[in-house]
Design a protein around this ligand. Structure first.
Ligand SMILES: *Cc1c(COP(=O)(O)O)cnc(C)c1O
Length: 444
């Protein structure tokens, strides 16, 4: 007789997290993965297929993070996997132009209507480079235009000058008109002083700051639908005020890193009637590999080196494997635009299901949803800006999150993030999610 195998006393994820914390700050390579705001041990993921993740202990979860946005087709999609595998046969990086860059640039310009696009390797690089370009372009005739304007609670990656009032947990107070302090250590106040801040969804506030300081502003950067303070949806008046920005000579820069190719093939701008001068992309454009991009009309884009005076470069930019993943992902979306209607239907049903269940449990819940983006705020009343979102009961959210996770549903581990539905989620998955949510509400 053989002895029964002894079960591991410590789950693999916990053991890995112990080891990771010794060699990686906080055990993670991007902070929100650490579960700091909800408590508990992050799960180490061993593999992912369709709408599901499998952790290192073999436990499965229905995934609503989608790698924070890129996996709109679901994980390990055959078209993407096969495109990357095919590209891999030809080598991994050349440091010289390759055909896949041209193909993806042709696809992106055709879908979005921009004339030219430059590929980088992350969303952070895209926004940082787009703002440098905006300063270079507007500054050609007007050196006073050194400021950029962003909105409270919008996140644009981690470039120094953009870490000002940048999303959840990073808020400070504006002192004078539009001026605010950095929201990270290590950012000199001199850098932050070049970034003005206004309130999201406040058209009158935006008009005022543009009237008084518009002549000094090179660019207004914004999330066309906010995902990084929880989901915030812009009002029609705010969209109109954004479209007026360029009357002052500043460029309107849409940060579509999260919303691009997600809310429609033409992103949030296409859906909402925004008319940006420059677009920033990331996440979906790389189909799960590291890609970012920025684009706009030729007149502006030709200010970028080597044709123009604005320097911007990247050793791995336009990497052939990453281009292959982007091509396959955008290709699938363009081939089957019905995907967007399905995502909207599923996510709206998820939202109304959550509202009903919270109501039955006697709990306040405000659900903001648009397309496949959704945040369930644990509070009463509408949420249109960061100040309103910040009233949420984060302790209740944390408990609900943990109950969902033990029920096999992997929600975003922060109250101030969007969840993402993918094309691989099914009606059966929706039922599973709502019954796990009902159970989770009952535990509050
Ligand atoms: C994720 C995100 C970024 C940063 O992209 P990274 O690839 O993480 O650098 C910038 N802007 C928005 C709106 C984002 O959601």
């Amino acid at each position: 007789m053989t002895a029964a195998p002894t079960l591991p006393s410590v789950p693999v994820s916990e053991a890995l997290f112990e080891r990771a914390q010794k060699v990686i700050p906080g055990g993670v390579n991007s902070p929100v993965r650490a579960f700091k705001s909800v408590g508990g041990t992050p799960r180490f993921i061993a593999r992912a297929d369709g709408p599901r993740l499998t952790d290192a202990d073999g436990k499965q979860y229905l995934d609503y993070i989608g790698s924070w946005g890129p996996m709109i087709l679901g994980h390990n999609h055959p078209a993407v996997r096969e495109a990357v595998a095919a590209a891999l046969q030809d080598g991994t990086s050349f440091g010289a132009p390759n055909e896949r860059e041209v193909l993806l640039a042709e696809l992106v310009t055709r879908i979005t209507g921009v004339d030219k696009v430059r590929f980088v390797s992350s969303g952070t690089e895209a926004t940082m480079s787009a703002l440098r370009l905006a300063r270079g372009f507007t500054g050609r005739s007007d050196a006073a235009r050194k400021y950029t304007l962003k909105f409270r609670g919008n996140y644009h990656g981690h470039a120094d000058a953009l870490l000002v009032e940048a999303g959840s947990g990073l808020m400070t107070n504006a002192d004078q008109l539009g001026q605010a302090a950095p929201s990270s250590a290590g950012v000199p106040p001199e850098y932050a002083s070049l970034t003005l801040v206004a309130d999201y969804n406040d058209p009158a506030g935006l008009d005022t700051i543009m009237r008084e300081r518009g002549h000094e502003i090179a660019a207004v950067i914004f999330e066309p639908v906010v995902g990084n303070a929880g989901v915030l949806i812009p009002s029609a008046d705010f969209v109109a005020a954004l479209n007026r920005v360029r009357e002052s000579g500043a460029l309107l820069v849409a940060d579509e890193v999260m919303t691009g190719f997600r809310l429609s093939l033409r992103g949030a701008s296409g859906l909402l009637g925004l008319k940006p001068d420059l677009y920033c992309w990331g996440k979906i454009i790389g189909g799960g590999l590291p890609v970012g991009a920025y684009g706009g009309r030729t007149e502006i884009m030709d200010f970028v080196s080597p044709v123009g005076p604005v320097y911007q470069a990247g050793t791995l930019s336009g990497n052939p494997l990453a281009m292959a993943a982007g091509l396959a992902t955008l290709g699938e979306l363009e081939r089957d635009p019905e995907i967007y209607q399905r995502l909207e239907r599923y996510t709206a049903a998820l939202g109304s299901g959550l509202r009903d269940l919270a109501g039955q449990a006697g709990l306040p819940l405000t659900v903001n949803q648009i397309g496949s983006m959704l945040t369930a705020f644990f509070l009463e009343g509408e949420v249109r800006d960061y100040g309103q979102a910040a009233r949420a009961d984060t302790a209740a959210f944390g408990k609900w999150f943990q109950a969902l996770l033990s029920g096999g549903v992997y929600w975003a581990p922060s109250q101030f993030e969007s969840i993402f539905v993918s094309a691989a989620h099914t009606p059966t998955d929706l039922d599973f999610t709502l019954s796990a949510a009902q159970h989770a509400f009952a535990q509050l």
